[in-house]
Structure formats: C-alpha cells, structure tokens
Ligand binder design. Sequence first.
Ligand code: FES
Length: 508
Amino acid sequence: MKRDGACTSLWQNNQPDYQPTNSYDANKTYDVVIAGGGITGITTALLLQKAGKSCLVAEAHNLCFGTTGGTTAHLNTFLDANYDKIRSDFGEHGTQLVGRATRQALDLFKQHIREYNIDCGYEEKDGFLYSTNEKQTEHLQKIFEASQQAGVAVAYTDQIPVPIEFESAIVYSGQAQIHPSRYVYALAKAFEAAGGVIMQECLVENVDGKEVLDIDTNRGQLKTRNLIYATHIPPGVNLLHFRCAPYRSYAMAVTLKDGNYPNGLAYDMYDPYHYYRTQEVDGVRYLIAGGEDHKTAHESNTEACFMRLESYLRKYYNIDKIAFRWSSQYFEPSDGLAYIGHLPGNPENVFVATGFGGNGITYSHIAAITLTDLIVDGTSPYGHLFAPGRVKPVAGFTNFVKEAADVVVQFFGKRFGQSDIQEIADLAPGEARVVKYDGDSIALYKDEKGKLYAVNPVCPHAKCMVGWNSAEKSWDCPCHGSRFSAEGELLTGPARRGLEQVDIIKEE
Ligand code: FES
C-alpha cells in the first residue's frame, strides 16, 4: 500500500493495494460520488449505500494513501479542542452535542467491527490526560468540569499508564484503537458487497453543473446528484483554505526491551502534546508514540523532529528497535471544530468534511453520520454545529481567488544545462535546495543515487513557494498544505495539479 510520503507507516506494512471488484457504469447518474478513499470517504460511502443511495468513490491514488495511512488511530470521546474551549466558543449545548457525536462515532466503529467481523486489532482502552505543572493542573480541572457537562464518562485518577511524573490526571473510559488500513479495507469490501463502486487512480479534475453534476476525472466522466469531498481538504479554491491550517505530526512504532507497554491511551498537555498507545500487529507489540507537531513547511529539518521524538522517548522507555517512523498531515480548524456539510461557494449538493485537527479517526465517523443524514434526510442533529457555512468571508479572499486562477507556467520552452547552475554540482546525494537562476527559482533534489530532479517551486494552488520535507522526501506548501513528490507529482491537494517540471540537460 502506497502512502503520501517516503517513510513507511505501521499500517502500510504487509498491506497490499486494495483490489476493487465492481466496475463503474459510464452511463449511470450516481446518487453520490465521494472524492477520497480514506476512512472518511469509505465510511460515508458505506452508510449512504446501505441507506439506498448508489455511490461511487473516486480516489486519486489508492485507498488509505493520505492521512488514514499515516494516523496513529486513536478513537476518543474528547478532542484536541478540549471541552473547556468548546464550552467557551460553542456554549453548553454545543459541548453536549460534541460529547454525543464522539460517543456515536465510537459506537459506529464497534457496530461495524461486530457486523462485518473485522480483524483490525480493535481494543477498547481508557484514555488518560495528565498535567505536569501547576498551570496545566488548573486547566485540567476546567477540562474535567466541561467534559462532565458534555456528558462523557470522565473521572480523576491517581495512575497513568506511562512512566512519566505527573501532577494530576483524568481518565476517559470507553476509548478505543484500531489498525486503520485493515479497518478501511474491510469497510470497502462491505461497501462493494452492497453494490458500491470504487475507482482508484481516479483524480477529480473538474466539476460542472447544478442538480446533476458532471465530473471530469483522469479516468473519464462521471455524473452524480451529490458530491462529497472527503479529500482531507477540498481541492481548488475555497474559503475553508483560510480557515484550516496545515500541520505535520511525527510518529514512531517501537518495540521495548522490558515489555513495559502502556495499557491505555495517554496524552500530556504540552503544545504540541505527546501521545502514546500500544498496538499488537501480526503478533508483535509496538509502543506507538507521537508529537513534535509543527506547521507544514515551517521546519527546515524535518529529520530533526524524529530525532527529538526519539530522544524524548528514550528518556522514559527502554527501546529495543524503532520499527517504523513516519509523519502525517492534519488541518487545524480556526475555531476548533471540524467543517462538515455544504461546501460554501458551491451548489447545494456539494459537501465537504475537513478541519479534523488531530482527531481524524474519530471525526471520520462523525462526518459519515452527519453527511449521510444531510443527504438522506436533509437534516442532521450535528448539521448546524459543524456547518462550514459558519465561516465568515475573510479579507483578501477575492484576490486569492483571482490569483489562484492563474496557471503557473514559468519554464515552458526553457532548458538549462547542468553547468549553468553551479549549485547542482554542490548538491550532495539526498539533498534538496531551492536556487535562483536568471531571476527564476528552481527546486532541485538529488536522490541517493545522484539522479537530479528539478521543478518549479511555485505551488500551482495559489503561488506560494514550497519547502523541502527531508523526512518524507516531498515538496510541501506552507500556505494550504499541498504536497508534491520530488518529481513534482501531486501527492495531496488542495492543488489540482503537480509542480511544473524544469528541463535540465545533463552535459557530458
Ligand atoms: Fe495553496 Fe500552495 S497550497 S498556495
């Protein structure tokens, strides 16, 4: 199974590419096309198909290619936006709705696992949130009170499952964990068994129309009455790009010498915070830990994030082997809650689910439940709370749209000799750099074998300059999180196309 970076996640290991069985009908008008074959897209597709809608999932790469393949798969009744913050921004009713939505999401996981007999390492665990100083302890008290108001099961505890000194701790019961790609593959099979269609390597390129939408893809045209963008962030140009900031998070799956694996999910209260859990995969137990988050493309040495995470873990754990290490992206919503519902600026039948923060797995099922209700019944108990329409227009949006409409073509017809650009010779294998030549910027990467890749560093989404992510060997855009391979191929949107290739001739 491929994913959107050079590092291998635990969830890719021993996981072949998904092989769809049903084929699509070019003459059919589907009830719902879902762009994106991660956990949100596949779960939503399954619920809608079971509700009698004819659905097609169009995935630009392969199932779980994006953040589903890079998550650490915590299922929680609490969110990164803690209940104290939610209470102050969305009131008591909003807090209770979030509590109810998270519980319903976790129940849906359980229901699927039972109904489809899914072997995905599902385990229910307690989730511990602990403070390590006075300020955090005061905040923890507020979170505890707001969590109780939200109606979620929470209590104070004097024990935590990680060997870290703490001041105070609360425990949320009934949390859970899964192997995400095995879970998604099982749901995809159930979706196909119910008559749904999955198209992989199928990029949605353009959408036109109103009641019936015409969708151009690289695999042909599709027709649908409804479209859902379950692509992590919607492609193209949208107000939500101003309201969702892209972040990277770093994770490791390690084996321990002394078998001191945490029995539970644990989180400290730093910003960014560290998180821990244990998962057994194919007979091997792993401690999965993560943290060191930063804004996408705001860290010039992403390898150093892994090093910091490793040295932090070694302080508390007797590590035998670092079996897997990987990073992944998430989008932080500006007011703390996800955006699920009608996509502003589009016809009424175009929907989105984005801004999940670090709670993508839990939100995937909240989104599936909410979007299914909105499409089948026209209303959802959570519709108002998560409505993307709560976003107010921002200054500069019109210019942003105008700017973004331009296609970035700077190097068409131009060729450079390797000797023209001095920095090429200076570039060590495995190194990347953005250099200036003749007034133009060129992004260069030399792979370990000395092969040179040259692309235009101007992001085709809205013309920000991409930065090199040395850990995942990708060009990442700091503005709205588009990511590209070393060759410039589009990995994840909102850009709809890759970076422009620059022609550099190798001289003998
Ligand atoms: Fe918007 Fe790059 S993602 S400019």
